[in-house]
Design a protein around this ligand. Structure first.
Ligand SMILES: [Zn+2]
Ligand SMILES: [Zn+2]
Length: 331
Protein backbone atom coordinates (compact mmCIF):
# COMPACT_ATOMS: atom_id res chain seq x y z
CA UNK A 1 0.00 0.00 0.00
CA UNK A 2 1.02 3.61 -0.40
CA UNK A 3 1.93 5.29 2.89
CA UNK A 4 3.59 8.42 4.26
CA UNK A 5 6.12 7.38 6.87
CA UNK A 6 7.90 9.25 9.67
CA UNK A 7 11.40 7.74 10.08
CA UNK A 8 12.56 10.20 12.72
CA UNK A 9 11.11 13.36 14.30
CA UNK A 10 12.22 16.52 12.57
CA UNK A 11 12.40 14.82 9.16
CA UNK A 12 9.80 15.19 6.42
CA UNK A 13 7.51 12.21 5.86
CA UNK A 14 8.71 9.72 3.25
CA UNK A 15 6.38 8.42 0.54
CA UNK A 16 6.78 4.65 0.46
CA UNK A 17 5.23 1.32 -0.40
CA UNK A 18 4.49 -0.47 2.88
CA UNK A 19 3.00 -3.93 3.53
CA UNK A 20 -0.79 -3.87 3.77
CA UNK A 21 -1.67 -4.63 7.42
CA UNK A 22 -3.97 -7.47 8.45
CA UNK A 23 -6.80 -7.28 10.95
CA UNK A 24 -5.74 -8.97 14.20
CA UNK A 25 -8.15 -10.32 16.83
CA UNK A 26 -10.80 -7.71 17.63
CA UNK A 27 -9.60 -5.43 14.87
CA UNK A 28 -10.99 -4.12 11.63
CA UNK A 29 -8.97 -3.43 8.50
CA UNK A 30 -10.06 -0.07 7.14
CA UNK A 31 -9.55 1.06 3.57
CA UNK A 32 -8.77 4.72 4.21
CA UNK A 33 -10.76 7.22 2.16
CA UNK A 34 -9.79 10.42 3.96
CA UNK A 35 -7.59 11.36 6.90
CA UNK A 36 -7.66 14.71 8.65
CA UNK A 37 -4.42 16.51 9.43
CA UNK A 38 -4.30 17.64 13.05
CA UNK A 39 -1.95 19.99 14.86
CA UNK A 40 -1.02 17.00 17.02
CA UNK A 41 0.39 15.33 13.88
CA UNK A 42 2.62 18.36 13.53
CA UNK A 43 3.79 18.05 17.16
CA UNK A 44 4.59 14.35 16.55
CA UNK A 45 6.46 15.04 13.29
CA UNK A 46 8.33 18.00 14.80
CA UNK A 47 9.42 15.95 17.84
CA UNK A 48 7.43 17.94 20.40
CA UNK A 49 5.76 14.80 21.78
CA UNK A 50 8.06 12.15 23.25
CA UNK A 51 8.47 8.55 22.17
CA UNK A 52 6.42 8.00 19.01
CA UNK A 53 6.47 4.54 17.45
CA UNK A 54 9.13 4.60 14.73
CA UNK A 55 8.87 4.25 11.86
CA UNK A 56 5.35 5.66 12.12
CA UNK A 57 2.39 6.26 9.85
CA UNK A 58 0.78 9.41 11.36
CA UNK A 59 -2.89 10.41 11.20
CA UNK A 60 -5.74 10.00 13.67
CA UNK A 61 -8.82 11.37 11.93
CA UNK A 62 -9.46 8.41 9.66
CA UNK A 63 -12.61 7.90 7.64
CA UNK A 64 -12.74 4.67 5.69
CA UNK A 65 -14.57 1.50 4.85
CA UNK A 66 -14.25 -1.81 6.69
CA UNK A 67 -12.64 -4.29 4.33
CA UNK A 68 -11.81 -7.15 6.68
CA UNK A 69 -12.64 -8.12 10.25
CA UNK A 70 -10.30 -10.00 12.57
CA UNK A 71 -11.14 -12.94 14.81
CA UNK A 72 -13.95 -12.06 17.22
CA UNK A 73 -14.58 -8.64 15.65
CA UNK A 74 -18.32 -8.47 15.11
CA UNK A 75 -19.28 -4.86 15.67
CA UNK A 76 -18.97 -3.76 12.04
CA UNK A 77 -19.76 -5.47 8.76
CA UNK A 78 -17.69 -5.40 5.62
CA UNK A 79 -18.44 -2.17 3.74
CA UNK A 80 -19.45 -0.16 6.85
CA UNK A 81 -18.07 3.36 6.95
CA UNK A 82 -16.17 4.00 10.17
CA UNK A 83 -14.07 6.67 11.84
CA UNK A 84 -10.85 5.92 13.69
CA UNK A 85 -9.91 8.55 16.31
CA UNK A 86 -6.86 9.42 18.43
CA UNK A 87 -7.78 7.11 21.36
CA UNK A 88 -6.83 3.66 20.09
CA UNK A 89 -6.48 1.54 23.22
CA UNK A 90 -7.14 1.61 26.96
CA UNK A 91 -6.63 -1.09 29.61
CA UNK A 92 -10.21 -0.80 30.94
CA UNK A 93 -8.97 -1.58 34.45
CA UNK A 94 -7.14 1.46 35.87
CA UNK A 95 -8.73 3.98 38.23
CA UNK A 96 -9.33 6.39 35.34
CA UNK A 97 -11.04 3.83 33.12
CA UNK A 98 -13.20 2.66 36.01
CA UNK A 99 -14.38 6.21 36.76
CA UNK A 100 -15.50 7.25 33.28
CA UNK A 101 -12.20 8.97 32.46
CA UNK A 102 -10.66 6.60 29.96
CA UNK A 103 -9.12 9.63 28.22
CA UNK A 104 -6.66 9.70 31.13
CA UNK A 105 -5.92 5.93 31.13
CA UNK A 106 -2.39 5.15 32.31
CA UNK A 107 -1.99 2.55 29.57
CA UNK A 108 -3.74 4.45 26.75
CA UNK A 109 -2.30 4.15 23.27
CA UNK A 110 -2.95 6.62 20.52
CA UNK A 111 -3.53 6.33 16.78
CA UNK A 112 -0.93 7.93 14.56
CA UNK A 113 1.49 8.14 17.51
CA UNK A 114 1.86 4.75 19.18
CA UNK A 115 -0.27 2.87 16.63
CA UNK A 116 0.08 3.35 12.86
CA UNK A 117 -2.51 5.79 11.57
CA UNK A 118 -4.25 6.93 8.45
CA UNK A 119 -1.65 8.59 6.23
CA UNK A 120 -1.86 5.39 4.18
CA UNK A 121 -4.25 3.40 2.02
CA UNK A 122 -5.06 0.98 4.87
CA UNK A 123 -5.09 1.03 8.65
CA UNK A 124 -6.08 -1.45 11.31
CA UNK A 125 -7.95 -0.45 14.46
CA UNK A 126 -9.47 -2.01 17.57
CA UNK A 127 -13.15 -2.09 16.65
CA UNK A 128 -14.18 -0.97 20.16
CA UNK A 129 -12.58 2.44 19.57
CA UNK A 130 -14.07 3.08 16.10
CA UNK A 131 -17.17 5.16 15.48
CA UNK A 132 -19.89 4.75 12.87
CA UNK A 133 -19.84 7.87 10.67
CA UNK A 134 -23.21 9.63 10.37
CA UNK A 135 -24.83 9.36 6.95
CA UNK A 136 -24.88 12.51 4.92
CA UNK A 137 -21.33 13.55 5.72
CA UNK A 138 -18.96 13.16 2.80
CA UNK A 139 -15.67 11.51 3.81
CA UNK A 140 -13.65 14.72 3.56
CA UNK A 141 -16.11 16.70 5.69
CA UNK A 142 -16.40 13.91 8.27
CA UNK A 143 -12.67 13.48 8.91
CA UNK A 144 -12.15 16.73 10.89
CA UNK A 145 -15.02 15.81 13.20
CA UNK A 146 -12.91 12.97 14.62
CA UNK A 147 -10.39 15.12 16.48
CA UNK A 148 -10.80 18.81 15.71
CA UNK A 149 -14.51 18.41 16.34
CA UNK A 150 -14.32 15.95 19.21
CA UNK A 151 -11.65 17.73 21.22
CA UNK A 152 -13.40 21.02 20.53
CA UNK A 153 -16.64 19.55 21.84
CA UNK A 154 -14.97 18.24 25.01
CA UNK A 155 -13.37 21.66 25.53
CA UNK A 156 -16.71 23.38 25.06
CA UNK A 157 -18.22 21.15 27.75
CA UNK A 158 -15.54 22.36 30.16
CA UNK A 159 -16.53 25.94 29.35
CA UNK A 160 -19.71 25.11 31.30
CA UNK A 161 -22.70 27.34 30.74
CA UNK A 162 -20.61 30.25 29.42
CA UNK A 163 -22.76 32.51 27.27
CA UNK A 164 -19.89 34.64 25.97
CA UNK A 165 -17.19 32.33 24.68
CA UNK A 166 -13.72 33.31 23.46
CA UNK A 167 -11.87 31.11 20.94
CA UNK A 168 -8.13 31.70 20.68
CA UNK A 169 -6.65 30.36 17.44
CA UNK A 170 -9.25 29.99 14.74
CA UNK A 171 -8.42 26.80 12.85
CA UNK A 172 -10.01 23.39 12.40
CA UNK A 173 -11.34 23.01 15.95
CA UNK A 174 -12.55 26.58 16.46
CA UNK A 175 -14.51 26.70 13.22
CA UNK A 176 -16.44 23.62 14.36
CA UNK A 177 -16.87 24.78 17.96
CA UNK A 178 -18.19 28.16 16.77
CA UNK A 179 -21.00 26.35 14.96
CA UNK A 180 -21.86 24.15 17.96
CA UNK A 181 -21.76 27.17 20.27
CA UNK A 182 -24.14 29.10 18.01
CA UNK A 183 -26.46 26.08 17.92
CA UNK A 184 -26.47 26.12 21.73
CA UNK A 185 -27.35 29.82 21.77
CA UNK A 186 -23.93 31.04 22.93
CA UNK A 187 -22.13 34.12 21.61
CA UNK A 188 -18.59 33.61 20.32
CA UNK A 189 -15.62 35.95 20.09
CA UNK A 190 -12.68 34.85 17.94
CA UNK A 191 -9.03 35.77 18.45
CA UNK A 192 -6.42 35.21 15.73
CA UNK A 193 -2.77 36.02 15.21
CA UNK A 194 -2.48 39.81 15.13
CA UNK A 195 -3.26 41.10 11.64
CA UNK A 196 -4.81 37.86 10.32
CA UNK A 197 -7.73 39.61 8.67
CA UNK A 198 -8.64 36.63 6.52
CA UNK A 199 -8.84 34.41 9.61
CA UNK A 200 -11.03 36.99 11.29
CA UNK A 201 -13.32 37.23 8.27
CA UNK A 202 -13.60 33.41 8.25
CA UNK A 203 -14.48 33.42 11.97
CA UNK A 204 -17.31 35.87 11.38
CA UNK A 205 -18.53 33.78 8.42
CA UNK A 206 -18.96 30.71 10.61
CA UNK A 207 -20.78 32.53 13.38
CA UNK A 208 -18.40 34.55 15.55
CA UNK A 209 -20.03 37.76 16.68
CA UNK A 210 -16.67 39.53 16.91
CA UNK A 211 -13.20 38.67 15.65
CA UNK A 212 -9.98 40.44 16.47
CA UNK A 213 -6.29 40.12 17.30
CA UNK A 214 -5.18 37.94 20.23
CA UNK A 215 -3.64 41.00 21.91
CA UNK A 216 -6.92 42.96 21.76
CA UNK A 217 -9.68 43.16 24.33
CA UNK A 218 -13.08 41.93 23.16
CA UNK A 219 -15.93 44.47 23.30
CA UNK A 220 -17.16 42.95 26.55
CA UNK A 221 -16.00 40.52 29.23
CA UNK A 222 -16.22 36.82 28.39
CA UNK A 223 -17.48 33.95 30.55
CA UNK A 224 -14.98 31.39 29.27
CA UNK A 225 -12.28 31.02 26.66
CA UNK A 226 -10.82 28.03 24.82
CA UNK A 227 -7.23 28.19 23.59
CA UNK A 228 -6.52 26.10 20.49
CA UNK A 229 -3.22 27.71 19.45
CA UNK A 230 -0.10 26.04 20.95
CA UNK A 231 1.08 29.32 22.48
CA UNK A 232 1.53 29.45 26.26
CA UNK A 233 1.48 33.27 26.25
CA UNK A 234 -2.20 33.04 25.34
CA UNK A 235 -3.03 31.77 28.85
CA UNK A 236 -2.51 35.17 30.54
CA UNK A 237 -3.96 36.86 27.44
CA UNK A 238 -7.14 34.78 27.71
CA UNK A 239 -7.35 35.23 31.50
CA UNK A 240 -7.41 38.99 30.90
CA UNK A 241 -10.59 38.60 28.84
CA UNK A 242 -12.67 36.44 31.20
CA UNK A 243 -14.96 37.70 33.93
CA UNK A 244 -14.82 36.57 37.57
CA UNK A 245 -15.54 32.85 37.81
CA UNK A 246 -14.50 32.34 34.20
CA UNK A 247 -12.59 29.33 32.89
CA UNK A 248 -9.75 29.23 30.38
CA UNK A 249 -9.61 25.82 28.71
CA UNK A 250 -6.41 24.73 26.96
CA UNK A 251 -7.39 22.31 24.21
CA UNK A 252 -4.02 21.39 22.73
CA UNK A 253 -1.66 18.55 23.63
CA UNK A 254 1.39 20.80 23.55
CA UNK A 255 2.06 24.49 24.27
CA UNK A 256 5.12 26.67 24.43
CA UNK A 257 6.05 27.65 28.00
CA UNK A 258 3.61 29.81 29.89
CA UNK A 259 5.07 33.17 30.90
CA UNK A 260 4.73 34.19 34.55
CA UNK A 261 1.79 36.43 35.30
CA UNK A 262 0.26 38.33 38.18
CA UNK A 263 -2.02 36.39 40.50
CA UNK A 264 -4.54 39.19 39.91
CA UNK A 265 -5.35 37.55 36.58
CA UNK A 266 -6.38 34.31 38.29
CA UNK A 267 -8.01 35.91 41.34
CA UNK A 268 -11.80 36.14 41.35
CA UNK A 269 -12.23 32.37 41.06
CA UNK A 270 -10.98 32.22 37.51
CA UNK A 271 -9.54 28.85 36.54
CA UNK A 272 -7.22 27.40 33.93
CA UNK A 273 -7.48 23.77 32.87
CA UNK A 274 -6.33 21.48 30.09
CA UNK A 275 -8.29 18.98 28.05
CA UNK A 276 -6.62 15.66 27.32
CA UNK A 277 -7.68 13.24 24.61
CA UNK A 278 -11.25 11.97 24.32
CA UNK A 279 -13.53 9.29 25.65
CA UNK A 280 -15.67 7.07 23.45
CA UNK A 281 -18.69 8.66 25.10
CA UNK A 282 -17.55 12.10 23.84
CA UNK A 283 -17.40 10.66 20.35
CA UNK A 284 -20.85 9.11 20.47
CA UNK A 285 -22.41 12.31 21.81
CA UNK A 286 -20.62 14.59 19.41
CA UNK A 287 -21.24 12.52 16.28
CA UNK A 288 -24.94 12.40 17.18
CA UNK A 289 -24.97 16.18 17.62
CA UNK A 290 -23.05 17.03 14.42
CA UNK A 291 -25.89 16.41 11.93
CA UNK A 292 -28.35 18.28 14.18
CA UNK A 293 -26.34 21.53 14.15
CA UNK A 294 -25.60 20.74 11.27
CA UNK A 295 -21.85 21.23 11.37
CA UNK A 296 -20.38 22.21 8.01
CA UNK A 297 -16.66 21.61 7.93
CA UNK A 298 -14.56 23.78 5.66
CA UNK A 299 -11.69 21.66 4.33
CA UNK A 300 -8.48 22.25 2.43
CA UNK A 301 -7.82 19.04 0.49
CA UNK A 302 -4.44 17.45 -0.21
CA UNK A 303 -3.50 14.16 -1.82
CA UNK A 304 -1.81 11.50 0.35
CA UNK A 305 1.58 12.25 -1.23
CA UNK A 306 1.09 15.92 -0.34
CA UNK A 307 1.04 15.25 3.42
CA UNK A 308 4.23 17.27 3.97
CA UNK A 309 2.66 20.24 2.20
CA UNK A 310 -0.47 19.89 4.33
CA UNK A 311 1.62 19.86 7.52
CA UNK A 312 3.60 22.85 6.22
CA UNK A 313 0.42 24.82 5.56
CA UNK A 314 -0.79 24.06 9.09
CA UNK A 315 2.58 25.05 10.58
CA UNK A 316 2.45 28.35 8.68
CA UNK A 317 -1.13 29.03 9.76
CA UNK A 318 -2.23 29.15 6.13
CA UNK A 319 -5.03 26.61 6.36
CA UNK A 320 -8.60 27.90 6.34
CA UNK A 321 -10.69 25.41 8.31
CA UNK A 322 -9.29 21.86 8.40
CA UNK A 323 -6.62 20.20 6.25
CA UNK A 324 -7.62 16.73 5.03
CA UNK A 325 -5.81 14.13 2.94
CA UNK A 326 -8.00 12.66 0.21
CA UNK A 327 -6.35 9.25 0.39
CA UNK A 328 -8.76 7.92 -2.21
CA UNK A 329 -8.90 10.79 -4.68
CA UNK A 330 -12.65 10.08 -5.16
CA UNK A 331 -13.33 10.71 -1.43
ZN1 LIG B 1 -7.15 2.61 32.00
ZN1 LIG C 1 -5.90 15.53 16.79
Amino acid sequence: MRAMILDAPGKPLRAAEAPKPEAGPGQVLVRVRACGVCRTDLHVVDGELPGPKLPLIPGHQIVGVVEETGAGAERFAMGDRVGVPWLGHTDGTCRYCLSGRENLCDAARFTGYEIDGGYAEYATADERFCFPIPDGYPDLQAAPLLCAGLIGYRSLRFAGAAQRLGLFGFGASAHIVAQVAAHQGRRTFAFTRPGDEEGQRFAREVGAEWAGDSDEYPPEELDAAIIFAPVGALIPAALRTVAKGGTVVCAGIHMSDVPSFSYDLLWGERSVRSVANLTRKDGEEFLALAPQVPIQTEVATFLLEEANAALGALRAGETKGAAVLAVEPSA
